[in-house]
Design a binder for this molecule. Sequence first.
Ligand code: SF4
Length: 338
Amino acid sequence: MINYLYQEQNWQSQLSDLITDPAELLDLLQLSQDEFLEGAKLAAEQFKLRVPRAFVGKMKAGDPFDPLLLQVLPHHLETEDHEGFVTDPLGEEQANQQPGVLHKYKSRFLLTLTGACAVHCRYCFRRHFPYQENLPKNEDWLNIQQYIQSQPDINEVILSGGDPLTLNNRKIKLWIERLESLPQLKFLRIHSRVPIVIPNRVDEELISILKNSRLRVILVVHSNHALELDDFTCHQLSKLVKAQITVLNQAVLLKGVNDSADVLVKLSSRLFDAGVMPYYLHVLDKVKGAHHFDRLPQDIDEIYKEVLANLPGYLVPKLVREIAGEKNKTPLFGVSTF
Ligand code: SF4
């Protein structure tokens, strides 16, 4: 384990000091540049390396198969083409009604306020998403407001990514206040990986903003492995839970990272230690560049069967796939054709 005193560092300075150079990451983890650097540089040309030092601090030095490292280190396999793996696997460009608005489901829609993430997850289904053309500006709020009002079924807004918690508290508050002004909205969901990769992002001001909102706030974090959840991270997450904010976790099933029942059982148990409920276990979206994280449906079925046998029902995340154009996520267990 590499020892960083990240717990004492302000989250914004951590966010502005990300590791973006594969050579630096390999150096810090005492891994061979000869073996990994060329492939990493090649893959990083398509999707840059970005990883906070706090997250690297949870990795094991000298281990090229560290499950946290595999999620962030660009790999030459990303540059291969594979049939069925495409740049927009969920058809989001068609669901993009206007800048920042992705309306795929009846009662809820996604608002993407930023294209920035604290970490670049190599398997991300939005790794090719044209964020720059889709970010709402301040003056777009009126159009967004009109859009929501024209869709009376919408009662929930999901702030999604990029990662909304890379925005500062002032901006988060501003957008929440805007959404609160619309009586039809009841729920606000925030999808974020920042509390896992920079746990200090959970500061008192953020907790207070979320806690005091008129909207019922649900924070959905994204952790794939129990090693991401060290004591400090769990402590930060539990502060949100104590403030009565619902905190759920979604994970992605990734070859080499968490594709065993044992690892998934440990993840659920560790989440529960922090008061976080396992929510979804996503099958990999077939995005170009992520083929090497994929597992066969029958293998996934086997793994999930074992998870079911080893956890109480309330700790079992729902195994799902998102299918472009469908009105909800598709549950998968026992479905041989996924
Ligand atoms: S944090 Fe989320 S949106 Fe950002 S790269 Fe990772 S999976 Fe994708």
